[in-house]
Write a protein that binds this ligand. Structure first.
Ligand code: PMP
Length: 366
């Protein structure tokens, strides 16, 4: 194997090399079937075995209770911003907690389908912290409360999920966990529905995972497209329409890879270690040269935005990074600066190589 560069893309993002190798080896002939997975009928026994294994492995990895359904859908996180209110709002109220760009987008889209209102927002401070749950303006008639449990652009992550019952709310909690799914456990006693686009921690773009408690199915608005009605999708084992078969296959390989590594607990241990290494450098030795402004209590373990104090050095920084095989470090245009996304597939050695480069660049440009 030749060493590949370290890819810090926010998504679509790096996949485990072992998974890519296995997919390459199986490309022309999956398990003696004479077919590529891409060429299989989704209703054939070969693909059904792939889809069933993927679902069972995901259920095991995230300890998803039996009364939750796992759906493999399409349309990504942005489609879910419409599909969730179409299925969950019953045309009534839904509350949104704004912690960055993605929750903001969710609230805006939901307004088209239901009475969506912002219950709390960190926008005034520049999306740097999470508003204290005790102060959220939750409405008694809200069907659900939406949060983005990890804000990919702003680098803000919930370290624990809010307990809506303890806050006196009967609403369901909906989490957009696109950019940190499988990097930590999910407390299902607090969640009604979780969704995640696959292209960060799971696999290729095109697959959306929805995990929803069974009793919440069957309430789609009449205008909800059939293919996006969770009940129809669940009743048809995610095969109401043709699912994104190849993406589900790769996701399944990633689930097996996570299991071989030691599961979600091990992914979390590594995430804490990797994020600790990077934030430790930025806050300590690197603080004179770089800055991360996010409240330390809610910094993301997955997406680490940071700035050079002298922004005129940005282009040089990115050029040097590229030359060292440190790819896609440019920050999102709305935040500027840099962003290192360090998902499950990023090894500790990749984060160490980044820190070594940060140190070297500061020494030669400080
Ligand atoms: N939610 C979050 C947290 C995201 O990071 C993204 C994509 N970066 C989305 C939603 C939107 O996903 P998609 O582009 O697949 O619709």
């Amino acid at each position: 194997m030749t060493a590949r560069p370290y890819n810090f893309s926010a998504g679509p993002a790096a996949l485990p090399e072992e998974v890519l190798q296995q997919a390459a080896a199986e490309m022309l002939d999956w398990h003696g079937s004479g077919m590529s997975v891409m060429e299989m009928s989704h209703r054939g026994r070969e693909f059904i075995s792939i889809a069933e294994a993927a679902e069972a492995d995901l259920r095991e990895l995230l300890a998803v209770p039996a009364n939750f359904r796992i759906l493999f859908m399409q349309g990504g996180g942005l489609a879910e911003n419409a599909i969730v209110p179409l299925n969950m709002s019953r045309g009534g109220a839904a509350d949104f907690v704004i912690t960055g760009a993605w929750s903001q987008k969710s609230a805006k889209e939901a307004q088209r389908y239901c009475d969506a209102k912002v219950a709390a927002s960190n926008a005034a401070g520049g999306h740097l912290s999470i508003p204290d749950a005790a102060g959220w303006a939750l409405r008694a008639d809200a069907r659900y409360v939406h949060i983005c449990s990890n804000e990919t652009i702003h680098g803000v992550e919930f370290q624990t999920l809010p307990d809506l019952k303890a806050l006196g709310s009967a609403a369901e909690l909906v989490i957009d966990c696109s950019s940190h799914i499988l990097s930590r456990g999910i407390d299902w006693s607090r969640v009604g529905l979780a969704f995640a686009g696959a292209q960060k921690n799971i696999g290729p773009a095109g697959v959306t995972i929805v995990i929803v408690r069974e009793d919440l199915l069957g309430h789609a608005l009449a205008i909800c497209p059939s293919a996006f009605d969770y009940k129809l999708v669940a009743d048809n084992a995610s095969m109401y329409n043709t699912p994104p078969t190849y993406g589900i296959y790769i996701a399944g390989l990633v689930f097996q890879w996570v299991k071989r590594q030691g599961g979600v607990a091990e992914m979390e241990r590594r995430a804490v270690e990797k994020a600790g290494l990077l934030y430790g450098y930025l806050d300590g030795e690197g603080a004179g040269f770089y800055v991360n402004r996010i409240d330390a209590a809610c910094r993301s373990r997955m997406n680490v935005p940071f700035q050079l104090r002298d922004e005129s050095l940005n282009a040089d920084f990115l050029k040097g990074a590229q030359q060292r095989g440190l790819l896609q470090l440019k920050g999102h245009k709305s935040v500027g600066g840099m962003r290192a996304s360090i998902y499950n597939a990023m090894p500790l050695a990749g984060v160490q190589a980044l820190v070594d480069y940060l140190r070297e660049f500061a020494a030669t440009h400080g």
